[in-house]
Ligand binder design. Structure first.
Ligand SMILES: [Zn+2]
Length: 224
């Protein structure tokens, strides 16, 4: 039965699959600029050639070039929200062993800091030490921008909300999870908890007709 209705993956998920690649991962970070000109960056991507992500992700990342194209220098960024401490989201926070966004506070959930693995702690958290802002649960990190704890993918995973926009990190990895939040991801730390969190949070976001800004979809924005 399933065979009869199944269409090729590239047709079902344009940009997220190729004829010989079942899943093509894209990497997105988001820059928020408020009316006062304050800049908040959500996630920092895979980083440069010396990145922790270099063993598996295409490096160097293109974040600094993209920011420059938007007229933004790293020193202009006021706040960096790290949705979680995986190398494709946090590696770009540092460059040559120093904080890339030299004037920014880096917002991370306390539960995420507590669970950080040694390599990431050494390479990313140690250089950021004086600029880290640990939060616990839900918090407004700059006027109008809130973070919400969404554990499962990692113990201290968080999403960022501003108005109708939700920057979702790895709450959802693949578009299929919008249709069925129970679809599990092999690299969720706690797959059961991740699925429960995904279902609950997507339910709330759907009720609000939120605009999702995803980390890994082919199309960055999805209206629920
Ligand atoms: Zn990711």
């Amino acid at each position: 039965m399933g065979e009869a209705i199944r269409r090729p993956l590239p047709e079902m998920f344009p940009g997220s699959a190729l004829p010989d690649e079942p899943w093509v991962l894209h990497f997105h970070c988001y820059l928020l600029r408020d009316r006062a000109g304050r800049l908040t960056l959500v996630d920092t991507g895979i980083g440069g050639t010396d990145s922790l992500a270099s063993s598996w992700a295409p490096v160097p990342g293109t974040l600094t070039g993209e920011l420059a194209a938007a007229g933004v220098a790293p020193a202009d960024v006021d706040t960096v929200i790290l949705t979680h401490l995986h190398s494709d989201h946090a590696s770009g926070a540092v460059s040559d062993g120093r904080p890339l966004f030299e004037n920014a506070r880096y917002v991370v959930q306390q539960a995420e800091l507590d669970a950080a693995d040694g390599l990431l702690a050494d390479r990313v958290l140690t250089p950021l030490k004086g600029q880290l802002l640990a939060v616990d649960g839900d918090a407004e990190v700059t006027p109008g921008v809130r973070v919400h704890l969404t554990p499962g993918h990692t113990p201290g995973h968080q999403i960022a909300r501003v108005g109708e926009l939700a920057v979702t990190g790895d709450l959802v990895l693949h578009p299929v999870q919008l249709d069925d939040p129970a679809v599990r991801y092999v690299y969720d730390d706690d797959q059961e908890r991740a699925a429960a969190t995904r279902a609950a949070v997507l339910g709330e976001l759907r009720a609000a007709h939120a605009l999702l800004a995803t980390a890994h979809f082919a199309e960055p924005f999805v209206r629920l």
